[in-house]
Design a protein around this ligand. Structure first.
Ligand code: SF4
Length: 385
């Protein structure tokens, strides 16, 4: 197990080097997908390797001359990487521009500074009821498929799409299994390790990630873990488009709380909802996008409440509280948060907001908030358990 975790650690500690190496090894073109919700299966079916674009770990420098400081960390970090020439190994890039206003500026900068061979702007509509939304989405996905066919010179048949969907569905099943084990043995791995496993899958060719999970899961099943003496289970929620800072996840656990599950983008949200393989593949991919749960602030869903969704997760895990992780300057999350907060109060679910930023200058403020949250839940405030 340690060997597999070491491999995952190497991939996620330097994604640039890993993805550049992947391109050489597989002799395939790399297509960066700006999170979230890009239907990677279509890229995979075109014989390309889709990788989900990540937030770098260096402070933003030249990027400041292109993008205002009040943009979220992943956008600033990505633009910084682009203008510093760090993304040259990406052959193509796809942006789901309707996801949030901040993404809309990116393609113009990328066009000028990176000039990828292939660039596609997707407009996956908000999840509104009605035929018009469905029709629009299907036609957008068809156009997307066509643009990849023109780029590669190869036709993407329904069978090719279905076999890619099968690979992705298997990945979702394996990650579901990994989360089930974590739910039963929450301290089998740290939350940072779990997050890295999901993140590695966003960077690796999916077949390779499936193989890794097929090796890892039986080892996790076989391993016994001491029962936690703490009763305080918490669910981290939110953190759109990027993995939460590992220091924050570690801090939550160091304070004596246990994380048995999550509602994070680099977490359970990424592998939620399989694609129905029996349907027309484009329609099936559209249906997956139109699913209202897990509720995502970028999808414009208002008739299903995010708080109800999270309440289910709290009950399932017998959790004591929720830690909302908000990426600073993320408008979709900020827009949904007041309603989420007031409904958490109504439901009597203790909840606290932690705001994270690309350049985390000080963790002390977060530590103080988390410490008092642990205490309010009756925790042991960091004593070793
Ligand atoms: S983190 Fe929020 S603001 Fe930033 S790109 Fe994602 S959805 Fe948009």
């Amino acid at each position: 197990m340690e060997k597999l975790l070491k491999r995952i650690g190497e991939i996620t500690s330097d994604p640039y080097a890993y993805v550049a190496r992947l391109k050489e090894e597989k002799e395939k073109r790399i297509i960066g997908c700006f999170p979230m919700q890009v239907p990677e299966e279509i890229v995979h079916a075109a014989g390309l390797i889709p990788v989900v674009i990540w937030r770098g770990n260096e402070a933003v420098t030249w990027g400041h001359s292109h993008i205002p400081p009040y943009y979220c960390g992943i956008v600033r970090s990505f633009i910084d990487d682009a203008v510093r020439g760090k993304l040259g190994f990406m052959d193509g890039m796809i942006f789901h521009v309707r996801q949030c206003l901040l993404i809309m500026d990116i393609p113009l900068i990328i066009e000028r500074h990176v000039k990828p061979e292939y660039m596609k702007l997707l407009y996956l509509p908000p999840v509104y009821p009605g035929k018009a939304t469905r029709d629009f989405l299907r036609s957008d996905l068809e156009l997307f498929k066509k643009s990849l066919e023109e780029y590669t010179g190869n036709t993407i048949t329904d069978d090719m799409l279905k076999s890619s969907i099968a690979v992705y569905n298997e990945n979702r099943s394996l990650l579901e299994r990994l989360y089930e084990i974590r739910r039963k043995k929450p301290r089998i791995l740290t939350s940072a390790e779990i997050t890295k496993i999901v993140w590695a899958g966003m960077l690796m060719q999916k077949e390779d990630h499936n193989e890794l999970l097929r090796d890892l899961i039986p080892l996790m099943e076989a391993r016994t873990v001491e029962t936690a003496t703490t009763k305080i289970k918490v669910i981290p929620v939110g953190c759109l488009c990027q993995a939460p800072p590992f220091d924050v996840l570690n801090m939550i656990e160091d304070l004596g709380m246990v994380i048995p599950d999550d509602d994070l983008y680099v977490g359970s949200r990424y592998f939620a909802n399989k694609v129905n393989i029996d349907d027309n593949p484009i329609e099936a991919l559209a249906e997956r996008h139109l699913k209202k749960t897990p509720v995502c602030p970028t999808k414009g869903v208002w008739d299903v409440l995010w708080a109800d969704d999270v309440e289910e997760m709290v009950k399932l895990n017998n959790a004591s509280g929720v830690i909302s992780i908000h990426v600073k300057f993320c408008p979709p999350h900020a827009c949904y948060y007041p309603d989420f907060k007031s409904r958490m109060i109504e439901k009597g679910i203790p909840e606290i907001l932690v705001q994270v930023e690309h350049e985390m200058l000080s963790m002390e403020g977060i530590k103080t908030r988390l410490q008092s949250f642990t205490e309010s839940l009756g925790g042991n405030n960091g004593e070793k358990i």
